[in-house]
Every structure is written in C-alpha cells, then in structure tokens.
Design a protein around this ligand. Structure first.
Ligand code: FAD
Length: 433
C-alpha cells in the first residue's frame, strides 16, 4: 500500500483545474490526472480520455463524469535526426516548442493546423490537416511509428501497417494513450514564406485560382454574407532568405475579458468583412513574411476565443464535393448567419491513413458561430442537411452538436474502428454520437 502511494505521487499528479475545449462549450465537470513519462500503467478509472492543449473546439477532448489524462508532462524531445529530418517526441510536446528546435535546423512540421498550440498526440488523434493538404495529405501520413499505452497495461509500438495504428490515427483518443511518436519533417530553405494574396468574387473564381495554384500552402478567407461569396485567396511557399534566424512569435495582444454577446452580430460581421476584403487591392499583393503570421495569424491574440463571450461558440467544419458548397453559402446568406473566421480550402485526393480521418477529396469550409440559443443550432442543422445530401462529412475536432446519424454517415469505416476502442476510454463526444 505504501509503495503504491509513493508511485502515485511520483508519476500521477491529481489536479483540479477546469478544463474547457477551445469553443468553451459545453462546460462539463470531470476529474483530471497529469501523468509523467515514467508511468508504466494508466490510473484505474472507468472512463479515461487523453487531453493535449484543448484546441479542439467542442466535446471530443472532454469527458463528463470521467477522467482526463493531461499529457503536459509528456513533454520531452527524444531524438532528432537533423540530416534525415526525422523526429521522435513524447506526445505532449507542443508544435510551438517543436518549431523552436526544428526551424533553426532547416526543417518544418510536415502538416500544421492554424495554431501552433497543439500537441503531437492531439495532432495524431485528430489526424489534422493544414494549408498543404493538397500536396502533403494529413499529419498521420508522416507518422512512421507511435507507441500506444492501453488501460490493460500493454505498451505497443505501432507502424502504418498495423490495424491499431490506422484506428489510432484520427481515433479521437479512444484507442489508448499515445505516449510517443516518430514523424518526418519538411525541408525548408529559411523561416520565411513568400505570400501571394489575391481577392476573388464568386466560387467559380475561387476554384479557378485554387486549381491553377502551384503553391505548397493555400487557403482562403471568405465573406459568407455578401451576395456573391467573395474572399481573399492566400498562397505561400517557403523561400530563400539571407535572414535565417527564426524568431518565435510574441503574443501581441491578450484578449482581456469575455466580450458581451451583442457585439457580434451580422452587422458587425458585415462591417469587418468589408474592411478585411478591401485591405487587399484587386491586383493582389506579394509579400515575404516570417512563417508565424502566415501559418498562425490567430496565435498573436492570446485567448481570442473570449471574443465570443462567456456562452462560448460553435465551430462547424464540413467537407463536401465542389457541387455542394454553393448551397451552404445560400443558407448562410438567407439566415444572416455570418462568421468572422470563415475558411475555405480544397482538399487534395491523398488517402488519409486513419479509419476515422476527416480529410478526403472535396472542398472544406470552417465557420465560427457565437451561441445564440436554438436559432444557432437550427441553422447548423440546415447546413448538415446539405452535407448529408452530398455525402460529405463533419469534422469531430470542431464539433459539439452533430447527430449520431450525421457522424455515422460521415465515417463509413466506423464499424471497423469500434473494434479497436480501449474499453476504459471514452469521451463526451463519443457518448453523444
Ligand atoms: C485556431 C485554431 C486553428 C485550427 N486549425 C486547424 C486546422 O487547420 N486543421 C485541423 O485539422 N485542425 C485545426 N484545429 C483543431 C486542432 O488542430 C485539433 O483539435 C488538435 O487535435 C488539437 O490538439 P490538442 O493537442 O489541443 O488536443 P486536444 O484538443 O486536447 O485533444 C484532441 C483529441 O486528441 C486526443 N489526444 C490528445 N492527446 C492524446 C494522446 N497523447 N494520445 C491519444 N489521444 C490524444 C484527445 O483525447 C482528443 O480526442 C484548429 C484549432 C484552433 C484552436
């Protein structure tokens, strides 16, 4: 008994922080343990779920009534082959910390989301995508091995040929705790990116620019309230530069408090959209910028999610065939359902490795909505119906409300996936869908 207590103290830290997801909705209560690298067995609990940096928006990183396993102490780099660009890290290491090590050595993370405050474990469990999906596919495609610790104490090294690997990549943290992973990096000539920004009007024009782009990284901001969808297409490529020093981004502003809900309405969004759209001249601009403002523009505002108020907000991200996207914009316009952060991108056709990976060929749209009661949920249900009709999918990492039916239709390999779930792992999302 004594030995057991010492063991617990050394390797498991019980904690009572409140853990939220990035959208601040739903708010649930759960217990928390923080484990160290030297832990050989997971704590005994009926329902466990790993938690990285909580940058998932909804409830896929929450476990109401259960226990979250914080990975903040699994924060060691294990091996870095600077010639081959191969990195082995523990799963709680953040992309922000990785950048400080790999960029000065001439490498970049193979696939990065719109924030660097995610962990390696979180990136694998959601099989995340980035601005280079059309050339590089998802993060999971670059993982060459990972170690998985299950609740029965087994610790297994998995490679892409293993079925359990395919279930764990994109597996929403339900197959066990990823303790470490090895993945390949992308060679870069400098930490600078040549960015071309080009305004467009109309979805046909968006698709034309997108198809003609030869850049490694592309994404578009879009104004979904204007009569014809319009936006700014941004394409970027790492470029040679005499300046090679990597300067980590400093947070420029901290969002100081939860903004009152009424500040965000279709009028303020329309105003913002107008100013944002007009900022780039019709012929476009070309600029060389450090990688941070291009890849992680929102990271310069600490706690920007507070702008949506205390009630929190919902993200909605779909992927649909090209033909379905116009209908989605019509619904948004008809319902005056504007979004500050509307991101449009075409996915490439690279096969995603996970049984539940979200990315697939088509076009993806991500939107943010402050929660205004039933009205918000009704509009999102309408959007879901278009996704369903076009046999698209919704992204669990961004979700707090999709129905079981929608989830089942989005992931045809769900039945195969279920065989690999660890019986002691679960999440609020999983129980909901
Ligand atoms: C501003 C912003 C921009 C974003 N842009 C993108 C984007 O462009 N593309 C994209 O794909 N996503 C994007 N996201 C979503 C984000 O990349 C994912 O939600 C990511 O998984 C979050 O990582 P995390 O470490 O915070 O994990 P969490 O959110 O804490 O957890 C995510 C999932 O991973 C599981 N998990 C975490 N650690 C482990 C582990 N060690 N072992 C097993 N399972 C684990 C959790 O159980 C949970 O299911 C964005 C999020 C934000 C806030």
């Amino acid at each position: 008994m004594y030995e057991k207590l010492v063991y617990l103290e050394l390797h498991i830290k019980l904690d009572c922080r409140t853990m939220l997801s990035w959208g601040g909705y739903p708010k649930v209560s759960q217990s928390i343990v923080s484990i160290s690298s030297r832990l050989s067995k997971l704590p005994k609990a009926l329902s466990l779920l790993p938690y990285g940096l909580g940058r998932s928006y909804g409830d896929s990183c929450l476990n109401e009534g259960g226990t979250l396993i914080l990975t903040d102490r699994l924060n060691h780099l294990i091996e870095f082959d600077r010639d081959k660009g191969l990195l082995t890290t523990e799963s709680g290491v953040s992309f922000a910390d990785l950048l400080n090590v790999v960029v000065p050595a001439g490498w970049f993370i193979p696939v990065s989301p719109g924030t660097k405050f995610v962990t390696v474990g979180g990136a694998i469990a959601n099989d995340i995508h980035g601005k280079n999906h059309h050339v590089a596919g998802t993060f999971g495609r670059h993982v060459t091995s990972l170690e998985l610790l299950r609740s029965d104490g087994t610790r297994t090294d998995l490679t892409p040929n293993d079925d359990l690997f395919r279930a764990t990549v994109g597996g929403l943290g339900l197959t066990g705790l990823i303790t470490k992973a090895t993945f390949s990096l992308t060679k870069i000539p400098s930490p600078f990116v040549l960015v071309h920004s080009l305004p467009f009007k109309g979805l046909d024009r968006f698709f034309e620019i997108s198809e003609n782009s030869n850049s490694d990284y592309t994404v578009a901001w879009v104004d979904c309230l204007s009569k014809t969808p319009r936006g700014i297409f941004m394409e970027g490529d790492f470029t040679e530069s005499s300046q090679r020093e990597y300067k980590p981004q400093k947070e420029i502003i901290t969002f100081p408090f939860y903004a009152p809900g009424f500040l965000l309405n279709s009028l303020s969004i329309q105003l913002f959209n107008e100013i944002y759209f007009q900022r780039v001249p019709t012929k476009g601009t070309k600029k060389t910028v450090s990688l941070n403002p291009f890849f992680y523009p929102l990271d310069s505002i600490h706690n920007w999610n507070k702008m949506y108020g205390k009630a929190g907000f919902l993200q909605w991200q779909c992927v649909v065939p090209k033909e379905g996207i116009g209908e989605i914009f019509s619904i948004l316009r008809k319902n005056r359902a504007g979004s500050f952060l509307a991101v449009l991108k075409t996915f490439g056709d690279a096969q995603s490795p996970g049984l539940l990976s979200f990315p697939r060929a088509g076009v993806t749209l991500a939107l943010d909505f402050p929660i205004r009661g039933l009205e918000t949920f009704k509009v999102l249900d309408l959007l879901d119906s278009v996704v369903r009709e076009h046999r698209g999918a919704l992204y669990p990492a961004k979700d707090a409300r999709m129905s079981k039916e929608m989830f089942t239709l989005s992931f045809p390999k769900l039945t195969e996936f279920k065989k690999f779930i660890d019986p002691h792992f679960s999440s609020s999302f999983w129980r909901r869908v």
